[in-house]
Design a binder for this molecule. Structure first.
Ligand SMILES: Cc1cc2nc3c(=O)[nH]c(=O)nc-3n(C[C@H](O)[C@H](O)[C@H](O)COP(=O)(O)OP(=O)(O)OC[C@H]3O[C@@H](n4cnc5c(N)ncnc54)[C@H](O)[C@@H]3O)c2cc1C
Length: 91
C-alpha cells in the first residue's frame, strides 16, 4: 500500500495551510483486551476506583465517566448499567 503523507494531503486539499511542520509528538493510548473501558472498584479495596483502558475513545464520554467514577467512590455503585466495564470480565 502506498504511503500517504499528511503534508501531501494538505498541499492537495488545503494549499494555503501547507506550511513547514512546527512540532510533532507521538500519542499513545491504552487498549484493554476487549477495547472497552474499565470502570470499577477493586474487589479487595472498594475504596479504590478504577477508570482506565479507554482504548482511544474515552474523551467523548468523559462527562458520564466522571459521573460514574464519582458514584462508585461516594455510593459504591452506579445507576448506569456498567457491568460490561467490570474488571472481573477478564478473569
Ligand atoms: C492520538 C489520540 C487520539 C484520540 N482521539 C480520541 C477521540 O477522537 N475521541 C475520544 O473519545 N477519545 C480519543 N482519544 C482517547 C482519549 O484521549 C483518552 O481515552 C482519554 O484522554 C483518557 O483519559 P484519562 O484521564 O484516562 O487519561 P489521560 O488523558 O492520559 O490523563 C492521564 C493524566 O495523568 C498524568 N499522569 C500520568 N502519570 C502520572 C503520575 N505518575 N503522576 C501524576 N500524573 C500522572 C498524565 O500526564 C495525564 O495528564 C484519543 C487518544 C489519543 C492518544
Amino acid at each position: 500500500m502506498d504511503k500517504i503523507l499528511l503534508s501531501d494531503a494538505t498541499e492537495k486539499y488545503f494549499p494555503n495551510a501547507a506550511g513547514p511542520t512546527m512540532r510533532l509528538a507521538t500519542c499513545m493510548f491504552t487498549n484493554s483486551p476487549d477495547e472497552h473501558f474499565i470502570l470499577d472498584s477493586l474487589s479487595d479495596h472498594p475504596q479504590v476506583v478504577v477508570g482506565a483502558g479507554f482504548s482511544g475513545h474515552g474523551f467523548k464520554f468523559s462527562s458520564v465517566i466522571g459521573e460514574i467514577l464519582a458514584d462508585l467512590a461516594i455510593d459504591r455503585g452506579s445507576e448506569h448499567p456498567i457491568e460490561m466495564f467490570s474488571l472481573d470480565r477478564f478473569d
